[in-house]
Design a binder for this molecule. Structure first.
Ligand SMILES: Cc1cc2nc3c(=O)[nH]c(=O)nc-3n(C[C@H](O)[C@H](O)[C@H](O)COP(=O)(O)O)c2cc1C
Length: 357
Protein backbone atom coordinates (compact mmCIF):
# COMPACT_ATOMS: atom_id res chain seq x y z
CA UNK A 1 0.00 0.00 0.00
CA UNK A 2 1.35 3.42 -0.86
CA UNK A 3 2.21 5.76 1.94
CA UNK A 4 0.35 9.05 1.54
CA UNK A 5 2.64 11.11 3.76
CA UNK A 6 5.52 10.52 1.38
CA UNK A 7 3.63 10.96 -1.87
CA UNK A 8 4.95 14.11 -3.56
CA UNK A 9 2.44 16.91 -4.05
CA UNK A 10 2.45 19.28 -6.98
CA UNK A 11 1.44 22.86 -6.27
CA UNK A 12 1.34 24.47 -9.71
CA UNK A 13 4.85 23.64 -11.05
CA UNK A 14 6.42 23.17 -7.63
CA UNK A 15 6.75 19.54 -6.65
CA UNK A 16 7.05 19.15 -2.89
CA UNK A 17 8.75 15.85 -2.09
CA UNK A 18 6.35 14.80 0.67
CA UNK A 19 3.26 16.03 2.50
CA UNK A 20 4.86 16.96 5.80
CA UNK A 21 5.08 20.74 6.06
CA UNK A 22 6.81 22.71 8.81
CA UNK A 23 4.14 25.02 10.18
CA UNK A 24 5.32 28.64 10.50
CA UNK A 25 6.66 29.45 13.95
CA UNK A 26 7.77 32.85 15.27
CA UNK A 27 11.25 32.61 16.73
CA UNK A 28 11.58 36.15 18.12
CA UNK A 29 15.22 36.06 17.10
CA UNK A 30 15.51 38.65 14.34
CA UNK A 31 17.21 42.03 14.46
CA UNK A 32 15.26 44.85 12.77
CA UNK A 33 13.34 42.16 10.91
CA UNK A 34 16.53 40.56 9.60
CA UNK A 35 16.74 36.79 10.17
CA UNK A 36 19.82 35.57 11.99
CA UNK A 37 21.97 32.45 12.39
CA UNK A 38 19.17 31.12 14.60
CA UNK A 39 16.82 31.04 11.61
CA UNK A 40 19.42 29.28 9.49
CA UNK A 41 19.84 26.56 12.11
CA UNK A 42 16.14 26.34 13.07
CA UNK A 43 14.77 26.15 9.53
CA UNK A 44 17.82 24.31 8.19
CA UNK A 45 17.52 21.57 10.81
CA UNK A 46 13.92 20.88 9.83
CA UNK A 47 14.96 20.65 6.18
CA UNK A 48 17.68 18.18 7.18
CA UNK A 49 15.00 16.31 9.14
CA UNK A 50 13.15 15.48 5.93
CA UNK A 51 10.13 17.81 5.88
CA UNK A 52 8.82 18.39 2.36
CA UNK A 53 8.20 22.08 2.86
CA UNK A 54 9.79 24.37 5.41
CA UNK A 55 7.82 27.53 6.07
CA UNK A 56 9.51 30.53 7.62
CA UNK A 57 7.59 32.31 10.36
CA UNK A 58 5.10 35.18 10.10
CA UNK A 59 7.23 37.94 8.59
CA UNK A 60 6.11 41.55 8.69
CA UNK A 61 5.40 43.21 5.36
CA UNK A 62 6.01 46.54 7.11
CA UNK A 63 7.80 47.22 10.43
CA UNK A 64 4.52 47.93 12.26
CA UNK A 65 3.20 44.58 11.04
CA UNK A 66 5.46 42.60 13.37
CA UNK A 67 4.12 41.05 16.55
CA UNK A 68 7.33 41.94 18.41
CA UNK A 69 10.44 44.00 17.65
CA UNK A 70 12.32 40.71 17.24
CA UNK A 71 10.03 39.20 14.60
CA UNK A 72 11.32 38.73 11.08
CA UNK A 73 10.36 41.03 8.23
CA UNK A 74 10.57 41.30 4.48
CA UNK A 75 10.10 45.00 3.83
CA UNK A 76 13.60 45.81 2.57
CA UNK A 77 16.55 44.58 0.54
CA UNK A 78 18.46 43.79 3.74
CA UNK A 79 15.85 41.13 4.48
CA UNK A 80 16.14 39.62 1.01
CA UNK A 81 19.92 39.36 1.40
CA UNK A 82 19.61 37.67 4.79
CA UNK A 83 16.86 35.22 3.78
CA UNK A 84 18.67 34.14 0.58
CA UNK A 85 21.34 31.82 2.12
CA UNK A 86 18.72 30.30 4.44
CA UNK A 87 16.50 29.56 1.45
CA UNK A 88 19.46 28.10 -0.46
CA UNK A 89 20.26 25.78 2.43
CA UNK A 90 16.66 24.58 2.70
CA UNK A 91 16.52 23.88 -1.02
CA UNK A 92 19.93 22.20 -0.88
CA UNK A 93 18.33 19.58 1.37
CA UNK A 94 15.66 18.86 -1.23
CA UNK A 95 12.95 20.70 0.70
CA UNK A 96 10.73 23.47 -0.63
CA UNK A 97 11.31 26.90 0.91
CA UNK A 98 8.27 28.90 1.91
CA UNK A 99 7.56 32.11 3.83
CA UNK A 100 4.48 33.38 5.60
CA UNK A 101 3.71 37.06 4.94
CA UNK A 102 1.97 38.80 7.78
CA UNK A 103 0.66 41.92 9.42
CA UNK A 104 -0.11 41.63 13.12
CA UNK A 105 -2.73 44.41 13.15
CA UNK A 106 -3.96 45.25 16.65
CA UNK A 107 -1.83 42.48 18.19
CA UNK A 108 1.44 44.20 17.23
CA UNK A 109 4.09 45.73 19.49
CA UNK A 110 4.41 43.07 22.18
CA UNK A 111 7.42 41.46 23.80
CA UNK A 112 8.16 37.84 22.82
CA UNK A 113 5.97 35.18 24.42
CA UNK A 114 8.85 33.84 26.50
CA UNK A 115 9.20 37.29 28.12
CA UNK A 116 5.51 37.23 28.99
CA UNK A 117 4.09 38.69 25.78
CA UNK A 118 3.20 42.08 27.34
CA UNK A 119 2.34 45.16 25.31
CA UNK A 120 5.21 47.52 24.51
CA UNK A 121 3.56 50.94 24.76
CA UNK A 122 4.05 53.17 21.74
CA UNK A 123 5.99 55.77 23.75
CA UNK A 124 8.74 53.25 24.56
CA UNK A 125 11.70 53.22 22.16
CA UNK A 126 10.97 49.69 20.91
CA UNK A 127 7.17 50.06 20.72
CA UNK A 128 4.78 51.47 18.14
CA UNK A 129 1.09 52.24 17.62
CA UNK A 130 -0.76 49.20 16.26
CA UNK A 131 -3.20 49.60 13.35
CA UNK A 132 -6.47 47.74 12.79
CA UNK A 133 -9.75 47.99 10.90
CA UNK A 134 -11.42 49.62 13.93
CA UNK A 135 -10.15 51.16 17.16
CA UNK A 136 -11.09 48.11 19.24
CA UNK A 137 -8.39 46.49 21.39
CA UNK A 138 -8.00 42.70 21.41
CA UNK A 139 -8.12 42.63 25.20
CA UNK A 140 -7.62 44.81 28.28
CA UNK A 141 -3.85 44.57 28.23
CA UNK A 142 -3.59 45.36 24.51
CA UNK A 143 -3.25 48.78 22.88
CA UNK A 144 -6.21 50.64 21.44
CA UNK A 145 -5.28 50.41 17.78
CA UNK A 146 -5.56 53.22 15.27
CA UNK A 147 -8.27 52.59 12.68
CA UNK A 148 -6.77 52.49 9.20
CA UNK A 149 -7.81 55.02 6.57
CA UNK A 150 -8.71 53.70 3.14
CA UNK A 151 -5.42 55.09 1.78
CA UNK A 152 -3.53 53.23 4.49
CA UNK A 153 -5.40 50.03 3.66
CA UNK A 154 -4.36 50.36 0.02
CA UNK A 155 -0.79 51.03 1.12
CA UNK A 156 -0.78 47.78 3.13
CA UNK A 157 -2.17 45.80 0.21
CA UNK A 158 0.70 47.16 -1.88
CA UNK A 159 3.14 46.28 0.94
CA UNK A 160 1.99 42.65 0.77
CA UNK A 161 2.63 42.74 -2.99
CA UNK A 162 6.11 44.21 -2.54
CA UNK A 163 6.87 41.66 0.19
CA UNK A 164 5.85 38.86 -2.17
CA UNK A 165 8.24 40.21 -4.81
CA UNK A 166 11.04 40.34 -2.26
CA UNK A 167 10.26 36.80 -1.11
CA UNK A 168 10.66 35.58 -4.66
CA UNK A 169 13.90 37.56 -4.99
CA UNK A 170 15.17 35.73 -1.89
CA UNK A 171 14.37 32.42 -3.62
CA UNK A 172 11.23 31.35 -1.76
CA UNK A 173 9.05 29.23 -4.04
CA UNK A 174 5.88 29.13 -1.96
CA UNK A 175 4.24 32.12 -0.32
CA UNK A 176 1.60 31.85 2.36
CA UNK A 177 -0.55 34.79 3.43
CA UNK A 178 -1.31 34.91 7.13
CA UNK A 179 -5.01 35.71 7.38
CA UNK A 180 -5.51 33.83 10.67
CA UNK A 181 -5.09 34.08 14.46
CA UNK A 182 -6.60 37.50 14.99
CA UNK A 183 -4.00 39.38 13.00
CA UNK A 184 -4.82 42.16 10.53
CA UNK A 185 -6.65 40.28 7.74
CA UNK A 186 -8.62 38.21 10.27
CA UNK A 187 -9.52 41.45 12.10
CA UNK A 188 -11.05 42.73 8.86
CA UNK A 189 -12.93 39.47 8.27
CA UNK A 190 -14.53 39.27 11.69
CA UNK A 191 -17.60 41.29 12.66
CA UNK A 192 -16.32 41.42 16.23
CA UNK A 193 -13.14 43.32 15.32
CA UNK A 194 -14.39 45.14 12.22
CA UNK A 195 -17.02 47.81 12.87
CA UNK A 196 -16.22 49.92 9.82
CA UNK A 197 -19.03 51.58 7.95
CA UNK A 198 -17.19 52.01 4.64
CA UNK A 199 -16.54 49.48 1.86
CA UNK A 200 -14.19 47.49 4.17
CA UNK A 201 -16.80 46.73 6.84
CA UNK A 202 -20.36 45.52 7.27
CA UNK A 203 -21.35 42.79 4.81
CA UNK A 204 -19.26 39.65 4.33
CA UNK A 205 -18.18 40.98 0.91
CA UNK A 206 -16.97 44.19 2.52
CA UNK A 207 -15.22 42.48 5.45
CA UNK A 208 -13.48 40.16 2.99
CA UNK A 209 -12.39 43.01 0.71
CA UNK A 210 -8.99 43.60 2.34
CA UNK A 211 -8.13 39.87 2.25
CA UNK A 212 -9.29 39.50 -1.34
CA UNK A 213 -7.60 42.66 -2.65
CA UNK A 214 -4.39 41.68 -0.89
CA UNK A 215 -4.55 38.17 -2.31
CA UNK A 216 -5.18 39.52 -5.81
CA UNK A 217 -2.24 41.91 -5.47
CA UNK A 218 0.08 39.12 -4.34
CA UNK A 219 -1.19 36.71 -7.00
CA UNK A 220 -0.44 39.39 -9.60
CA UNK A 221 3.25 39.52 -8.70
CA UNK A 222 3.75 35.76 -8.38
CA UNK A 223 4.47 34.03 -11.69
CA UNK A 224 1.85 31.53 -12.84
CA UNK A 225 4.08 28.54 -12.17
CA UNK A 226 4.39 29.27 -8.43
CA UNK A 227 1.67 28.55 -5.87
CA UNK A 228 -0.01 30.76 -3.27
CA UNK A 229 -1.27 29.47 0.08
CA UNK A 230 -3.50 31.22 2.60
CA UNK A 231 -3.81 30.43 6.30
CA UNK A 232 -7.17 31.28 7.80
CA UNK A 233 -8.85 30.85 11.13
CA UNK A 234 -11.80 28.78 9.97
CA UNK A 235 -13.69 29.70 13.15
CA UNK A 236 -13.06 32.11 15.99
CA UNK A 237 -15.31 30.21 18.40
CA UNK A 238 -17.37 33.21 19.42
CA UNK A 239 -21.13 33.39 18.93
CA UNK A 240 -21.86 35.87 16.15
CA UNK A 241 -18.22 35.95 15.06
CA UNK A 242 -16.26 34.55 12.13
CA UNK A 243 -17.24 30.94 11.44
CA UNK A 244 -16.84 28.00 9.07
CA UNK A 245 -19.71 29.03 6.82
CA UNK A 246 -18.14 32.44 6.13
CA UNK A 247 -14.76 30.74 5.76
CA UNK A 248 -16.14 28.49 3.03
CA UNK A 249 -17.41 31.49 1.08
CA UNK A 250 -14.10 33.28 1.59
CA UNK A 251 -12.19 30.23 0.35
CA UNK A 252 -14.37 30.07 -2.79
CA UNK A 253 -13.42 33.66 -3.53
CA UNK A 254 -9.75 32.97 -2.75
CA UNK A 255 -9.82 29.98 -5.09
CA UNK A 256 -11.24 32.17 -7.87
CA UNK A 257 -8.34 34.60 -7.39
CA UNK A 258 -5.82 31.79 -7.80
CA UNK A 259 -5.06 30.52 -4.30
CA UNK A 260 -3.86 26.92 -4.45
CA UNK A 261 -4.19 25.69 -0.90
CA UNK A 262 -5.94 26.70 2.32
CA UNK A 263 -4.02 26.13 5.53
CA UNK A 264 -6.90 25.65 7.95
CA UNK A 265 -6.21 26.94 11.44
CA UNK A 266 -8.60 28.57 13.92
CA UNK A 267 -9.08 31.02 16.77
CA UNK A 268 -7.02 33.93 18.00
CA UNK A 269 -9.32 36.90 17.53
CA UNK A 270 -11.08 37.04 20.86
CA UNK A 271 -10.17 36.31 24.47
CA UNK A 272 -13.79 35.07 24.79
CA UNK A 273 -13.18 32.15 22.43
CA UNK A 274 -14.21 28.75 23.70
CA UNK A 275 -11.78 26.40 22.04
CA UNK A 276 -11.50 22.70 22.73
CA UNK A 277 -8.07 21.24 22.14
CA UNK A 278 -7.67 17.56 21.24
CA UNK A 279 -5.54 15.66 18.71
CA UNK A 280 -6.34 16.90 15.22
CA UNK A 281 -8.86 19.46 16.54
CA UNK A 282 -8.69 21.56 13.39
CA UNK A 283 -8.77 18.68 10.87
CA UNK A 284 -12.58 18.96 10.41
CA UNK A 285 -12.07 22.51 9.09
CA UNK A 286 -9.54 21.32 6.49
CA UNK A 287 -11.93 18.50 5.52
CA UNK A 288 -15.00 20.75 5.19
CA UNK A 289 -13.18 23.37 3.13
CA UNK A 290 -11.64 20.70 0.90
CA UNK A 291 -15.03 19.15 0.28
CA UNK A 292 -17.20 22.26 -0.04
CA UNK A 293 -14.75 24.46 -1.94
CA UNK A 294 -12.89 21.87 -3.99
CA UNK A 295 -9.49 23.26 -3.05
CA UNK A 296 -6.42 21.56 -1.57
CA UNK A 297 -6.11 21.98 2.18
CA UNK A 298 -3.52 21.64 4.89
CA UNK A 299 -4.45 20.26 8.30
CA UNK A 300 -2.69 21.64 11.37
CA UNK A 301 -2.99 21.46 15.13
CA UNK A 302 -2.00 18.70 17.54
CA UNK A 303 -0.88 16.35 14.79
CA UNK A 304 1.91 14.47 16.49
CA UNK A 305 1.55 10.77 15.70
CA UNK A 306 2.76 9.20 12.47
CA UNK A 307 -0.31 7.05 11.92
CA UNK A 308 -2.62 9.91 12.84
CA UNK A 309 -1.00 12.07 10.15
CA UNK A 310 -1.10 9.27 7.58
CA UNK A 311 -4.79 8.60 8.34
CA UNK A 312 -5.78 12.26 7.84
CA UNK A 313 -4.38 12.08 4.31
CA UNK A 314 -5.64 8.56 3.60
CA UNK A 315 -9.17 9.59 4.65
CA UNK A 316 -9.06 12.53 2.24
CA UNK A 317 -9.47 15.10 5.00
CA UNK A 318 -6.51 17.16 3.81
CA UNK A 319 -3.78 17.13 1.19
CA UNK A 320 -0.88 17.90 3.52
CA UNK A 321 -0.25 18.07 7.25
CA UNK A 322 1.53 20.94 8.94
CA UNK A 323 3.34 20.19 12.18
CA UNK A 324 4.61 22.85 14.55
CA UNK A 325 5.50 21.86 18.13
CA UNK A 326 6.15 18.21 17.33
CA UNK A 327 8.83 19.32 14.87
CA UNK A 328 10.38 21.49 17.58
CA UNK A 329 10.58 18.43 19.81
CA UNK A 330 11.83 16.22 17.01
CA UNK A 331 13.04 17.81 13.77
CA UNK A 332 13.77 14.31 12.41
CA UNK A 333 10.11 13.26 12.71
CA UNK A 334 9.76 12.87 8.90
CA UNK A 335 12.80 10.58 8.68
CA UNK A 336 11.64 8.36 11.50
CA UNK A 337 8.01 8.48 10.29
CA UNK A 338 9.14 7.02 6.97
CA UNK A 339 10.82 4.16 8.81
CA UNK A 340 7.70 3.52 10.90
CA UNK A 341 5.56 3.39 7.75
CA UNK A 342 8.02 1.14 5.93
CA UNK A 343 8.77 3.79 3.34
CA UNK A 344 12.31 4.02 2.09
CA UNK A 345 13.53 7.60 2.31
CA UNK A 346 16.90 9.13 1.52
CA UNK A 347 18.68 10.34 4.64
CA UNK A 348 21.14 13.22 4.46
CA UNK A 349 24.45 11.65 3.38
CA UNK A 350 26.11 12.93 6.54
CA UNK A 351 23.61 10.98 8.66
CA UNK A 352 23.34 7.80 6.59
CA UNK A 353 25.03 5.64 9.20
CA UNK A 354 22.23 6.46 11.67
CA UNK A 355 19.47 5.28 9.33
CA UNK A 356 17.50 2.41 10.90
CA UNK A 357 17.81 -0.88 9.02
C1 LIG B 1 6.58 28.85 18.85
C2 LIG B 1 5.39 28.99 17.95
C3 LIG B 1 5.32 30.04 17.04
C4 LIG B 1 4.25 30.14 16.15
N1 LIG B 1 4.26 31.12 15.18
C5 LIG B 1 3.34 31.10 14.20
C6 LIG B 1 3.47 31.91 13.04
O1 LIG B 1 4.46 32.61 12.85
N2 LIG B 1 2.46 31.87 12.13
C7 LIG B 1 1.37 31.06 12.27
O2 LIG B 1 0.50 31.06 11.41
N3 LIG B 1 1.26 30.23 13.33
C8 LIG B 1 2.22 30.21 14.27
N4 LIG B 1 2.16 29.31 15.29
C9 LIG B 1 1.08 28.29 15.26
C10 LIG B 1 1.60 27.01 14.59
O3 LIG B 1 1.99 27.22 13.26
C11 LIG B 1 0.53 25.91 14.62
O4 LIG B 1 -0.56 26.32 13.86
C12 LIG B 1 0.06 25.59 16.05
O5 LIG B 1 1.17 25.53 16.94
C13 LIG B 1 -0.69 24.27 16.11
O6 LIG B 1 0.11 23.23 15.60
P1 LIG B 1 0.90 22.18 16.58
O7 LIG B 1 -0.14 21.56 17.48
O8 LIG B 1 1.52 21.19 15.62
O9 LIG B 1 1.92 22.94 17.36
C14 LIG B 1 3.20 29.20 16.22
C15 LIG B 1 3.24 28.17 17.15
C16 LIG B 1 4.33 28.04 18.00
C17 LIG B 1 4.36 26.89 18.95
Amino acid sequence: MSVKLFEPIKLRDVEVKNRIFVSPMCQYSAVDGVPTDWHMVHLGTRAVGGAGLVMAEASGVVPAGRISPSCTGIWGDQHVDAWRPIVEFIKGQGATASIQLAHAGRKASHVPSWEGGALIPEDEPTGWKPFAPSDLPFDEDYAIPQALTVDEIHHLTDAFGAAAERSLAAGFEVIELHFAHGYLAHEFLSPISNRREDEYGGSLENRARFALETTAKVREVIPDHLPLLVRISASEYVHGGWDLEQSIQLCKWLKDIGVDMIDASSGGNSPAQIMELYPGYQVPFAAAIREKVGIATGAVGLITEVRQAEQILADGEADVVLLARELLRNPYWPLTAAHELGHDIKWPLQYTRAKPE
